[in-house]
Design a protein around this ligand. Sequence first.
Ligand code: ADP
Ligand code: ADP
Length: 226
Amino acid sequence: TPALDVVELKKTYANGVEALKGVSLSVQPGDFFALLGPNGAGKSTLIGILSSLVNATGGDARVFGVSVRTQRSAAMRLIGLVPQELNFNMFEKPFDICVNQAGFYGIPRAVACERAEKYLKQLVLWDKAFEPARAMSGGMKRRLMIARAMMSEPKLLILDEPTAGVDIEIRRSMWKFISGINAAGTTVILTTHYLEEAEQLCRNIAIIDRGRIIENTSMKQLLSKL
Ligand code: ADP
Ligand code: ADP
């Protein structure tokens, strides 16, 4: 079974905008996959559907065989989402932010505490784990978003423009951490509008434009065409 199998997925918003006009793509287990496209292409809509924040109006997407439309809660357990905006409480401690996240998944507290330590250490946030999150640097805040998403140990980690608006040094450091998560066995999909980011990180790529997939190939093949 593919990690992700999207078939003829469609989304028309209430205002008539056709954000996805029949998108199909598939991502293999263990892959590091980039979804590249300009603003307005439909990337957030696709991610929104995968993470059950947006209702599709046609087609389907299966995560390890589980439909995000008809088996929503089972699909949500397989996916970790790193949204673009920092959306944790800056007054909470990173350790608590992670442990509370595990609570949403019904993970026992002892396991949650172990995992929080594991992922906060892996993302080099342990030093700040017990201070309010606002004490962290911009790069650390971004990494906390990733640690939090790992708390449910998702089989598929989806990152929406994980490095948008951060400087090149932080971007490079984040690439290293995201690659580490993929190397440890998690399938990773990220959206980006930096080709360089896709090029540095990803094995396979889909390019989306105005709600359609216009290219779906290996990074190597794409680069040989440019
Ligand atoms: P739907 O009910 O079609 O899924 P939402 O509830 O997500 O739509 O959004 C409600 C309204 O918010 C839309 O009809 C639109 O007018 C507006 N809206 C929100 N985000 C955007 C956006 N990125 N571009 C254009 N309009 C938007
Ligand atoms: P991207 O993430 O690639 O920038 P989006 O999925 O946000 O693209 O947007 C795709 C199209 O759908 C755009 O034309 C956008 O304005 C529109 N759109 C996004 N969200 C909404 C919404 N809630 N309501 C109406 N239109 C939306």
